[in-house]
Design a protein around this ligand. Sequence first.
Ligand SMILES: C[S@@+](CC[C@H](N)C(=O)[O-])C[C@H]1O[C@@H](n2cnc3c(N)ncnc32)[C@H](O)[C@@H]1O
Length: 240
Amino acid sequence: MTSSSPSNSRARAVQAMFGRIALRYDLFNTVATLGRDSLWRRRAALLAAPAPMGNALDAATGTSKLAQELARRARQVIAFDFSDRMIALARRRFQEKSGHGSASVRLMVADALAMPFQDSSFDCATIAFGLRNVTDPGGCLREFLRVLKPGGRLVVLEIFRPSRGLNRLVYEAFFKRAVPLMGWALTGDRTAYQYLPTSVDAFLSPAHLAALMESSGFLQVSYRSMHLDTISLHLGVKPG
Ligand SMILES: C[S@@+](CC[C@H](N)C(=O)[O-])C[C@H]1O[C@@H](n2cnc3c(N)ncnc32)[C@H](O)[C@@H]1O
């Protein structure tokens, strides 16, 4: 397994935190979203690869759930994360599960801010619940732009804070109060699930992320919000 040691301390803290919660990470997501997270990842894969594709990339893959969806649609999938514990779990998951078609899947430890791939390597790329955790989202988007082929599609699946109204009230009550307690109870890690709403509050709005994708060089940027405006899927295309 290749090692990946980020140079800045915030990134090292995020890496250590995801390593600590890796074992219970999927359990928490399933319970907190009542299983809807799998549906969101399936939609992300369909948007990234609406037709069968050659090479697909899943960045910040965690336990590789979105990479598994991509493996049904692409000939080759490369999935990476900078947490070696997440990648160890992802490897186990791919060994246990069948039904990935004939895709070849490569899992590796790597940093989304210095992707170890040549320019113009992938037909599509995805990142689910990862961009918010990367210390330099703009730098990460520029890496995606570099490694995508001309015309290649990037899909970002992320959590957002609703801007107003009832959705905002539900978010404040459930996501900011109940979720940290639920995360603590299920994983035993209080800090990680206090970090979760804090990181969402500190992240961009869907419109600002779309603007960042455009200023990073993506074309045809669009997004749709789901689940009381707390989840969005962003699409961008590398100029051809
Ligand atoms: C909330 S999890 C999302 C995992 C997975 N994509 C999913 O759909 O559940 C965020 C992941 O981003 C990874 N991550 C954060 N910053 C990263 C970086 N700079 N490079 C690679 N992985 C990173 C973490 O290790 C963690 O596994």
